[in-house]
Design a protein around this ligand. Structure first.
Ligand SMILES: [Zn+2]
Length: 521
């Protein structure tokens, strides 16, 4: 790929990292996650081409594994390269008829489906390309790595167990969905999720279909934008309904809605944590070689170790924050400590940006990272206004196509409102606006100005990318068929590049297959 820089990398100095495995002791009324002795994974190796590095990402434990392929198991097509490069590969080969043979048809389908899984508009690519950042699968602490993990249940014998406790232990015994503890690095807590039942997943899908408002993939995939606030609301509520425990003190957690303290930057980690509880062994994936379609249509078929694909910028955390996160026991942290954690997150502070400088009618916007609750509320207000406008203009009986066309037009007319929840205040001359309704009105007006709108969108997207300290993504790979460097195995840890994934798309692609299987029974 012409776009990929080949930079020399430092020889790998770090020792292989120990990923600690929390242990859950469910014998007490309030289960405690106990941090125990650490697993040493240093013998494990992956194969990878030598450095083609422009990101500071270090892989310490394998993400992909070769296992027996099971036809009919949930399978995801993953992107082979970042968005634009795969498209480039297809465009570079105009002579290849994609439907020439069964093989090339299959290749084209896998490549196209894989592209759907990349983050929209290359979101988070600038995050991992930040030269000051260093992304790891686990945050080092006292010789171990803090990372999401499936807690092991404390061994019990000759016990008569019942209720949820009995079910979770039995599911774990069968290798089915179980519990998973995920770190929320932008918030400063751990959440342990328990796998939802198939019936609950069916009900989630029914709700999502019932409140579906079509904005198309264009805006639907846009990261943290209001067009997906309904989906976010449903998914996050669903995930929070499946919390086993959190590190937040339970008397405090009961008083507040978690959505009001969890950063919207942690939405992907929440959805990922829930998915890890459903897929403790990861899932099958396919990847189509995109290096030269005229020469190679190879498809890799392996298994993705889902729990190893959250990458955290270890340089963004202070020693106090790491110590704070090293305590993974349930009910161990009060709100005061979580507040301090957020305040110490220097990368995630408010930012003042100047807009419309050239015209002389400049203004200053202060951007902030919203909580999940702020995000959902801003989205519901905006979509609610649009829907009532549609009803006024077209009447409630208008057909779906007319309604959707109108919704999209209204959405475009007030495009800046998609990011309302990222705006803290606007200053102009010596005045300041903080009132939410007034800010919404101003964003509606400003949306009509092409220059202001574009500058605003750019600044918000930059702010989102630059304030993210944890990203879900998969490493790049080398096609085993057309790339001979694959033959020399590389010992971990090693540098790699990662492709950010759209975790919503991944969640829906997996659960839809699960539900289709139920219907075939
Ligand atoms: Zn190939």
């Amino acid at each position: 790929m012409a776009d990929i820089q080949i930079n020399p990398i430092d020889p790998v100095k770090t020792e292989a990292v120990n990923f600690e495995e929390p242990v859950v002791d469910d014998s007490e009324p309030s289960p405690m996650v106990v941090v125990e002795e650490l697993l040493n994974k240093s013998e494990e190796k992956i194969t990878s081409k030598e450095a083609r590095i422009d990101q500071n990402v270090i892989i310490e434990t394998p993400v992909f594994s070769k296992t027996e392929w099971k036809e009919g198991d949930e399978t995801i097509d993953l992107p082979s390269t970042p968005d634009k490069e795969s498209i480039g590969a297809v465009n570079l080969a105009p002579n290849v008829s994609l439907t020439d043979s069964e093989e090339s048809r299959r290749w084209a389908n896998v490549l196209a489906a894989g592209l759907q899984m990349t983050s929209y508009n290359n979101a988070f690519v600038p995050t991992i390309e930040d030269p000051e950042a260093e992304f790891h699968q686990g945050v080092p602490f006292n010789g171990a790595a803090l990372a999401g993990a499936h807690p092991r249940f404390k061994p019990i014998e000759d016990e008569n167990i019942k209720g949820e406790r009995g079910i979770l232990r039995f599911m774990s015994h069968l290798g089915l969905g179980t519990i998973f503890q995920a770190p929320l690095w932008h918030t400063g807590i751990w959440i342990t999720f328990k796998a939802p039942s198939e019936g609950e997943l069916l009900e989630l899908q029914r709700q999502l279909i019932a409140d579906k408002i079509s904005f198309g993939r264009m805006s639907y995939g846009m990261v943290f934008s209001n067009t997906s606030s309904y989906i976010t609301d449903r998914l996050i509520s669903f995930a929070f309904d499946h919390i086993y425990d959190t590190t937040l003190k339970s008397d405090e957690a009961q008083k507040i809605d978690l959505k009001t303290i969890v950063s919207s930057h942690d939405i992907p980690a929440v959805v990922w944590g829930l998915l890890c509880s459903i897929y403790p062994r990861g899932f099958q994936y396919r990847r189509a070689c995109a290096s030269d379609p005229e020469k190679c249509n190879h498809i890799v078929e392996e298994r993705l170790n889902l729990s190893k694909i959250l990458w955290t910028n270890t340089k963004a955390l202070t020693p106090w924050q790491v110590t704070h996160m090293s305590d993974r026991r349930a009910n161990s942290k009060n709100l005061e400590a979580v507040k301090r954690y957020k305040e110490e997150l220097l990368k995630c502070q408010n930012r003042k940006v100047e807009i419309n400088k050239v015209s002389g009618k400049n203004m200053y916007l202060t951007l902030k990272i919203p909580t999940i609750a702020e995000y959902i509320e801003a989205g519901h207000r905006w979509i609610g206004e649009i829907v009532s406008m549609v009803n006024n203009a077209l009447g409630i009986d208008a057909n779906d196509k007319d309604r959707n066309d109108y919704i999209i037009k209204q959405g475009q007319a007030t495009a800046m409102r998609q990011y309302m929840h990222w705006v803290d205040s606007i200053e102009f001359s010596s005045n300041k606006i903080e009132d939410k309704t007034t800010l919404e009105g101003i964003l509606d007006i400003l949306s009509a100005d092409d220059i202001v709108r574009n500058e605003f969108m750019d600044e918000v997207s930059k702010y989102i990318n630059e304030t993210s300290i944890a990203v879900i993504g998969i490493p790049v790979y080398d096609c085993p068929k057309c790339n001979s460097t694959q033959e020399s195995p590389l010992v971990l840890p090693a540098h790699t590049n990662i492709i950010p994934l759209d975790i919503y798309q991944t969640f829906f692609a997996l659960t839809v297959q699960k539900l289709e299987k139920i219907q075939l029974r």
